[in-house]
Design a protein around this ligand. Sequence first.
Ligand code: ADP
Length: 246
Amino acid sequence: MEFKDVSFCYPGTDRKVLDHVNLKFRIGEKLAIVGENGSGKSTFIKLLCRLYDPTEGEILLNGINIKKYKYKEYMSVFSVVFQDFKLFALPLGQNVAASTEYDADKVQECLKLAGFDVHSDRMKKGLDTWLYKDCDADGVNISGGEEQKIALARALYQNAAFLILDEPTAALDPIAEAEVYSSFNEIVGDRTAVYISHRLSSCRFCDEIVVFDRGRIVQQGTHEELVEQTNCKYYELWSAQAKYYA
Ligand code: ADP
């Protein structure tokens, strides 16, 4: 996958939200993207998934401009959990499968991997338990952290080659977050994973970390390599956060 000199302005604006971005990553790699809010991380993902086209430059998959692939075929390569994902007032199993018919064992397996407890007392009807009370008075209201786990299970159920997670643990408490990270390699398996987070401690397990700053890639490397560059952005972000973990 290659971003070749990609710049991007949102429609109707002339501010470059991505500014000459060059990045290559290999299938099977686990890539983390970090940077302050507003630095262009989510926009990068939106372009990767073809929700927008670059204003300048091109994005290549296996050397071919992604615009040349059939849209539906290209989209089928990605499982994405965006920050503003939505669950539906439907039974749990249908939410994970995004379908009325599904493989219950596979749904269970994905929920388990995502750390969601289907067997809790609250999920009285298991996968047939309705979420929310809009359509079923016995439906369960779930927390933001549980919603995020279900959204992650939905992405896993699709079993696409690329798994993209945009701030996947923002709504989780620290223990649940630690659980997701400790099983991240198991969760991702041999998929290519792109992982966005503003919590740097959660990116250390990735093969490669890319640092965005004001729409540009300013650094790239492993955690160990990046923290050594003490006059650069990663170190600044890391030091700012490290005090909360001391
Ligand atoms: P990050 O994910 O790093 O927080 P984003 O990619 O969401 O950053 O945003 C980068 C910049 O693009 C921000 O300044 C944001 O305000 C702007 N932006 C994001 N979405 C839109 C949009 N739909 N229209 C115009 N500007 C946008």
